[in-house]
Ligand binder design. Structure first.
Ligand code: ATP
Length: 503
């Protein structure tokens, strides 16, 4: 809901996770900076992905290709001709929107209406309520669901046929209004290319037009044969990559969900033609398991299988996550056929084929890709972890229940008081732990306040050095989620942290 979303955005700023870009100049829309805690969380998510994809699969290796690529790359990939979004302007407000997003929002509202009916009935019938039965028979719910499907199907059909007049007709028939002003005075729908252009070279005459890459995948395709040969890879094998991508998004809103500069984590898996659907199913399942392993709650994920397929795909599905503003795409799993490699063969004149020793033949492999936005994953983790708890004594606490393995700071070490040699012992502990973990020191305010500060920042452990420590070399270790405290030996701290963050 809206309130939770606002809380997430302000919490992200207050606790050093995300700042607007160039804020002193009033910011740059849909561009963000990762702050001192944000950079750690982002790095940890990237690492969690990299380990599971590259280290846990003997047939997957990584690369780091450049952001700038030869301009023909984007002709071959289809991005010059087809990387377009349907835009519509409101004549009164002069605001620009993505026509498909306006229609999707309308469809989502129908979904919410249906859910309200379900919730109402649930309250009324209590224990004996049979949700599946209700959804299948209640005329209102059926009508909402049916209309939702019809609207989405018609939009998909018109977009596929590039019938932009019908997209506009649909917006008018549904009575969709400008979300800010309520005006229904729309322009025609037109296509807009999302790539950022730039120039290579100094003088105007000799400069070459380049694009900032809108996806990382093409850096993998153009290196396919280099990696296959030098890595002695046999099909099936994969190439993984994380890195920045750039899109001149029109509907730039929802914080870091849709940015103009963002980071992708992609893996292209090269398979025998004909085996692609088997691998597509494998990667759908494997990627969902990765998400579930973080413990953000199974009910917060769902697959959305595409009916409308991109020009390069023969099967595609999104893993959607329950963001504060509803279920939205977090990751895409696409069966891209041999579209990309074949296109690069055609435009470059170079063969991009694999000799399969078992079949004794050459072929252009098929590709199954998994593509996830690192920033979207960050938002999923952050929004899901931010919780407001009411404690037994009636007071409330704000706690960021990040999975420990992703937490920016693993432990904060406190001296109970700023004297009697306690700060020195705390620093000694830090000097020992910092070889393995990101740990911090804090001596300001009462210990209770320091605990709350670390709860809100997402730190899973607080370690307090007190007078007893001087006698028996033990400390108090406090757990963020349960708020339980135990007394343990200084020499056992490392093992305790390590146990909670091991892969
Ligand atoms: P959407 O429909 O939301 O625009 P997409 O289908 O265009 O996304 P893909 O091209 O499949 O997205 O990119 C793969 C992943 O990259 C997405 O699942 C998403 O997590 C991420 N991503 C795409 N565009 C953005 C963006 N503008 N900001 C942040 N992440 C993005």
């Amino acid at each position: 809901n809206d309130d939770q979303f606002k809380r997430v955005v302000s919490h992200a700023k207050e606790y050093g996770y995300i700042f607007g870009s160039s804020e002193i100049y009033d910011g740059l829309s849909a561009v963000y900076d990762y702050a001192q805690n944000g950079v750690e969380l982002k790095k940890n998510i990237r690492e969690y992905w990299w380990r599971s994809m590259v280290y846990m699969h003997q047939n997957i290796v990584g690369i780091d290709a450049a952001i700038l690529m030869h301009p023909t790359t984007w002709k071959a990939s289809g991005h010059v001709d087809a990387f377009n979004d349907p835009l519509i302007d409101n004549k009164d407000s002069k605001k620009r929107y993505r026509a498909d997003v306006l229609i999707e929002d309308y469809a989502e509202k129908l979904n919410i209406k249906a859910q309200k009916e379900i919730d109402k009935a649930k309250k009324r019938f209590g224990e004996s309520f049979d949700e599946a039965q209700f959804v299948a028979t209640n005329p209102r719910v059926l009508r909402y669901k049916e209309e939702q499907q019809e609207v989405l199907a018609r939009m998909a059909r018109s977009l596929e046929a590039e019938d932009l007049a019908d997209v506009k007709a649909l917006i008018e028939e549904l009575g969709i209004a400008d979300p800010d002003t309520g005006s229904k005075n729309w322009t025609e729908v037109r296509q807009f290319n999302l790539m950022f252009g730039t120039k290579l070279g100094a003088s105007a005459e000799s400069a070459t037009d380049l694009y900032l890459r809108p996806e990382t995948a093409q850096g993998i395709f153009v290196n396919f044969l280099n990696v296959q040969k030098t890595g002695r890879m046999k099909i099936p094998f994969g190439i993984a990559q994380t890195g920045k991508a750039f899109r001149n998004e029109i509907v730039a809103r929802q914080f870091i969900f849709r940015m103009r500069e963002f980071e992708q984590m992609e893996m292209q898996f090269f398979v025998r033609p004909g085996d692609e659907i088997k691998w597509y199913e494998y990667w759908k399942e494997t990627r969902l398991k990765w998400h579930l392993s973080l413990g953000l709650g199974e009910e917060n994920y769902r697959f959305h299988d595409h009916e409308k397929l991109a020009h390069y795909a023969n099967a595609a599905s999104d893993i959607e996550f329950n963001f504060p503003f509803g279920f939205k795409e977090l990751e895409g799993i696409h069966s891209r056929t041999d579209f990309d490699l074949k296109a690069h063969e055609k435009f470059s004149g170079k063969k991009l084929q694999f000799f399969d020793p078992e079949l004794n033949e050459n072929y252009v492999p098929y590709v199954v890709e998994t593509s996830i936005g690192l920033d979207r994953m960050f938002l999923a983790v952050l929004s899901n972890s931010l919780q407001e708890e009411t404690l037994e004594d009636g007071s409330s606490r704000t706690v960021l229940k990040l999975p420990s393995i992703l937490a920016p700071v693993k432990a904060a070490v406190f001296p109970l008081v700023k004297k009697d040699g306690l700060p020195e012992i705390a620093h000694e502990i830090i000097e020992e732990l910092q070889w393995d973990y990101n740990v911090i020191y804090d001596e300001k305010d009462a210990v209770g306040r320091r605990y709350r500060r670390q709860d809100a920042a997402g730190t899973p452990f607080c370690i307090t050095v007190d007078h007893q420590t001087k006698e028996d070399r033990t400390v108090t270790i406090r757990h963020r989620d349960s708020m339980e405290q135990e007394r343990i030996a200084i020499t056992d701290i490392s093992a305790k942290i390590s146990k909670s963050i091991s892969y």
